[in-house]
Design a protein around this ligand. Structure first.
Ligand code: ZN
Length: 673
């Protein structure tokens, strides 16, 4: 989703309220002796938790960062029929789920995600509040392999207890966002179970709610259902069943599978959604079908259904009710929208190695201005990100107008032009690379924000603005409210936006400062390829990047992902001695970094002697680098010897590209201003 204005505001306040000046001069004298003199212990590995150790033992993952020889994931294939009753704002549905247990374990229970229960007033919520409470997801029938389950209340002890051992097929906690089916017979390893579920849910409307996804309709004329059907929770090799609670802000972790969805709505209502429409001859007019046939011919925008074509027989085929049939082959969710008077326009994007695909836009006639630039922005996003990572993997993308504007689902973005670039980028993660967003929001929103910086620059035809980002983290570092990026996003509190959205681009800015931005992007391109339609963990990302970049960067990952430390570098002293100059570089933070210095010489004078670890930027400017290893002996100071000959040095700048987190860049200059 897009970062909410409230989160953005809190970040700005946070950055502005942090003192810019370095505190070291004032506080050094107050530090306990041990703090001031102890060697800096630099950690050079990353913590391995129980879950990743288990995966390594089972060979489902390994230190190559690629899926291990025994990697597996569940697949869930959904067949859903749903009927919308606009007058009661209710969807009534039946679904069949083929649960393909590709794991080597038998399943004794199945967890169901009933996200719409967040609209009941009584379940835990994060910073998201709907304007209207509802009765939530009402499940009326569950069967497993043809056997009906007893639908009961939560077992005593509530959620988190082990399932009852009575082996009676039953479902519990159906009023929570995470429900449990206790099986009478386990689902054997490598077998398929068939779940059938009947349900209904009312879509919340109103105004004054807070958070994306918390308002799903405008009156009784536009509906934008998301997380609208019972889903099988994720079961993986790291933690078994994913029991993270859906609180509103942090997002999802879903199984991949095929969706076959039939949506029954009043005639005249346009339906858009994940997948490809299977029955245009049943639901569209001949005129609309002719117009659709021309969408891929050019970058022009074509009106499929205009504002003047409302009602059955004009906007759609004739009939009181029409059933729209969509199929998506391999996706991790399904979202849709429908309105009594959507305008439907379409254009195309040309995907490298694949050819043109349609971009659909459905919006209310009076909101056309919010979609005026959506086509070109979305085309640029799909084409640019296809080149940056891997080609856009899906057969279409649709922008849906409605109360939730800034949210992503497979092939669908609930967005106008404002967030079109950001939401389109989500098609790569988590829609293609299925990360666990609930725990590791930075692998989703954070990587997305990094892509957006590159896309914005490409659209403007300017270099990407990555300089300065890494350094800026020094101003946030030290805030006690900041959780490390590896802490579950559900626990991030006030700094959820910073932890999940803002910090990853800062981290990748520093990584680019070490290995080069192009190398970062090349490695992430490979990571995207290898983990397409799979579920990488942070350790897979870390070790994949180390291997792709040919460097042991565990020190880097440790400080960025598990701590809130910074580098806090400075030039402490400069001592010329003949043709050599010794620069004393100091690091007061706990995170180490390479030493990178820009050295500016007098325009004239003796020849500048080359140094092996330096390159000339122009006739009188050198960039000189020492690797991070110079800090591994624990010293907080490093004597950098400049051996450029007798040409006078006029100015030295530490970290000239602003890539390393620093509280006070002013002390990176010599002579001091
Ligand atoms: Zn997002």
């Amino acid at each position: 989703m897009i970062r909410s204005p409230a989160l953005l505001l809190s970040l700005v306040v946070l950055l502005q309220s942090t003192p810019q000046g370095g505190p070291s001069a004032r506080t050094e004298g107050l530090q306990p002796a041990a703090q001031a003199t102890a060697p800096r212990a630099i950690r050079r590995d990353v913590p391995l938790t129980n879950s990743i150790r288990r995966a390594y033992e089972a060979k489902t993952r390994d230190l190559s960062g690629r899926p291990g020889p025994s990697y597996w994931q569940l697949q869930t294939d959904y067949t859903i029929t749903a009927r919308l009753d606009p007058a009661t704002h209710t969807i009534t549905g039946e679904e069949t789920i083929a649960l393909r247990n590709n794991s080597p374990q038998e399943l004794t229970q199945i967890l169901l995600r009933l996200d719409h229960n967040i609209f009941r007033g009584l379940v835990p919520r994060g910073g998201s509040v709907p304007a209207e409470n509802t009765d939530g997801m009402i499940v009326t029938r569950i069967s497993v392999d043809g056997e009906a389950a007893e639908l009961g209340p939560a077992p005593s002890g509530g959620r988190g207890q082990s399932p009852n051992t009575g082996r009676r097929l039953s479902a519990s906690a159906l009023d929570q966002t995470l429900a449990r089916i206790t099986l009478s017979k386990p689902v054997a390893a490598k077998s398929v179970a068939k779940l059938e579920i009947a349900w209904r849910t009312k879509l919340p409307g109103g105004t004054g709610g807070r958070g994306h996804r918390m308002t799903q309709r405008w009156d009784d004329t536009l509906f934008q259902p998301t997380q609208w059907f019972p889903r099988v929770a994720k079961y993986d090799d790291l933690r078994g069943w994913d029991t993270s609670v859906y609180l509103g802000p942090a997002e999802f972790y879903n199984n991949f599978g095929r969706f076959d969805v039939k949506i029954d709505v009043p005639g005249g209502w346009i339906v858009s959604g994940t997948g490809v429409l299977q029955n245009p001859q049943d639901v569209l007019t001949a005129k609309a079908r002719e117009r659709l046939a021309r969408v891929l011919d050019s970058d022009d925008e074509i009106t499929i259904v205009g504002a003047d074509e409302a009602g059955p027989g004009k906007a759609t085929a004739a009939g009181d009710r029409l059933v729209w049939h969509f199929v998506a082959d391999m996706v991790n969710d399904f979202a849709w929208a429908t309105a009594k008077n959507y305008v439907w326009r379409a254009t195309r994007a040309t995907i490298p190695g694949k050819g043109p695909i349609p971009i659909h836009m459905v919006h209310l006639p009076e909101r056309a201005n919010m979609f005026a630039k959506a086509g070109p922005i979305t085309r640029h996003a799909l084409e640019f990100y296809s080149k940056l990572w891997v080609p856009y993997p899906f057969p279409q993308l649709t922008l849906q107008d409605g109360p939730s504007s800034g949210m992503e689902y497979p092939m669908v973005i609930n967005s106008n032009q404002g967030a079109a670039d950001h939401e389109a980028a989500h098609q790569w993660w988590p829609m293609l690379v299925g990360t666990n967003e609930t725990w590791y929001g930075w692998m989703d929103e954070g990587f997305d924000e990094y892509m957006n910086i590159l896309s914005d620059a490409d659209a403007e035809g300017v270099p990407a603005k990555l300089d300065g980002l890494g350094q800026s983290y020094g101003r946030t570092s030290g805030n006690e409210e900041e959780p490390p990026m590896m802490w579950a996003a559900n626990l991030a509190g006030n700094m959820y936006g910073f932890q999940t959205y803002s910090k990853a681009p800062l981290m990748l800015s520093m990584l680019g400062g070490i290995v080069g931005d192009e190398a970062v992007q090349r490695a992430m391109r490979e990571y995207t390829k290898v983990w397409s339609f799979k579920h990488p963990s942070p350790w897979d990302y870390i070790f994949f990047m180390n291997n792709a970049l040919g460097q042991d960067l565990n020190w880097f990952w440790y400080y960025w992902l598990w701590t809130t430390e910074s580098v806090h570098g400075s030039i402490a002293n400069v001592t010329p001695a003949g043709a050599r100059t010794t620069v004393t570089v100091r690091q007061d933070g706990e995170m180490p970094s390479p030493v990178v210095m820009k050295v500016q010489f007098a325009k004239t004078g003796p020849a500048i002697k080359p140094m092996a670890n330096a390159k000339m930027l122009d006739d009188a400017t050198a960039l000189v680098t020492w690797p991070v290893e110079v800090w591994f002996n624990g010293s907080r100071t490093f004597q950098a010897v400049l051996d450029f000959g007798a040409r006078p040095i006029e100015k030295i700048t530490l970290d000239p590209s602003g890539r390393f987190p620093d509280k006070n860049p002013a002390d990176n200059q010599w002579p001091r201003k």
